[in-house]
Design a protein around this ligand. Structure first.
Ligand code: MG
Length: 366
């Protein structure tokens, strides 16, 4: 399964470097001046957060007599070099050279230069455009991304309006890790909306009451926000609805965790419920593996077939690509499965905590 990339589409003039107030052209080294704190903030963003940096800029008439090539590239290359020296690497620099009156499909706010980011490899809903103009805000809309306006003027469509790069860094650092997964087959239609940095908000309509009750435990005790909508073939049985929800949920975790930078990675918890005791240990290792040591004698708890408990966790482990060990003893089977789901939630809570700024593996990726 593919991990979607997140991007910051960053404007140049008026956002990273000062836009000259008279002719709006940075066409000499004398005119090159960085916006205060831009380099420091971009350095921290590049090192601590998992966004690709992509520069998107309109340079009216570049290459014409009004803006000769050389007078653009000398200060531009100096700017790029200065950023590179601070470890700030732009994956791509997209420059549109047209004038506004030409209405070119490549000119911001249009997306002609950015179609390669719109083919499904990028998580645009969790990506941002950062720029000083309303056309940058509109570009974000056209991409399906969020807008951060580098300005002081109230801008309703922007998620943040500020002319302080420090604030942009702090905002991105605390931005919530989210994912939306829609999984549709002939058997089910499942939507999962997950926020890892939530506070236990929960809404689930799986059509299986006991399953909803368990998913509520997961949201509550992992302190994640979870919305699950399932339209399943319950007229046949519960199998597909439970399996496909687990797969969509696992995929949502994988997407929301992204490259897993900064997370604790491991989580483990032992949780009692009267006579039952459940132990769950998990590792968001990138490798699926389930070890299941729990026995159920009843055929169903509520309308949830007990044979599907193991299958739920196996499917979750496959899609989230995590290693999951579950062990439980007890006599009351309702207690046992509830203890398992709660311990699972607590282990997840521990594993997804952000506690540093590194990829938690000596391999350098997970
Ligand atoms: Mg600008």
């Amino acid at each position: 399964m593919k991990i979607l990339k997140k991007a910051l589409f960053i404007d140049r003039d008026g956002t990273i470097i000062v836009e000259p107030p008279t002719d709006f052209q940075v066409d000499s080294l004398e005119k090159l001046e960085f916006i205060p704190k831009a380099i420091t903030a971009l350095h921290k963003i590049a090192h601590e957060l998992d966004y690709e940096l992509i520069m998107v800029t309109n340079q009216d008439g570049l290459g014409t007599n009004s803006f000769p090539e050389e007078s653009f590239w000398i200060p531009h290359n100096k700017m790029i070099k200065t950023l590179e020296n601070e470890g700030i690497h732009f994956q791509a620099v997209h420059i549109d050279r047209t004038f506004e009156y030409e209405n070119a499909p490549t000119r911001k706010p249009r997306t002609g230069m950015l179609v390669s980011y719109m083919q499904g490899d990028y998580d645009l809903a969790n990506s941002f455009v950062i720029g000083d103009r309303l056309t940058d805000v509109q570009l974000a809309k056209n991409l399906g991304a969020n807008a951060i306006r580098f300005h002081t003027e109230a801008t309703p469509d922007a998620v943040l309006v500020t002319n302080d790069w420090d604030e942009i860094y702090r905002f991105l650092k605390s931005y919530r890790r989210t994912a939306k997964v829609h999984r549709k087959t002939f058997e089910t239609d499942v939507t999962v909306i997950l926020c890892l940095d939530g506070n236990g908000r929960y809404h689930s309509r799986s059509g299986i009451g006991f399953f909803d009750h368990m998913l509520e435990q997961l949201a509550k005790h992992a302190r994640i926000d979870l919305e699950i909508r399932v339209k399943g073939d319950l007229h046949i049985d519960e199998h597909h609805s439970i399996e496909d929800t687990a797969l969509a949920l696992g995929e949502a975790f994988s997407r929301a965790l992204g490259d897993k930078r900064g997370i604790a990675r491991y989580g483990f918890f032992q949780l009692p419920m009267d006579e039952a005791l459940a132990s769950v240990a998990l590792d968001f290792s990138g490798r699926p593996y389930l070890v299941w040591k729990a026995n159920f004698r009843r055929e169903k708890i509520g309308n949830f077939p007990t044979e599907m408990f193991e299958h739920f966790f196996k499917s979750f482990s496959d899609a989230a690509r995590c290693n999951l060990h579950i062990d439980c003893y007890g006599t009351n089977e309702h207690h046992q499965i509830e203890a398992i789901f709660k311990a699972f939630a607590k282990a997840i809570r521990m594993a997804i905590q952000k506690e540093h700024d590194q990829i938690p593996s000596t391999k350098g990726s997970l």
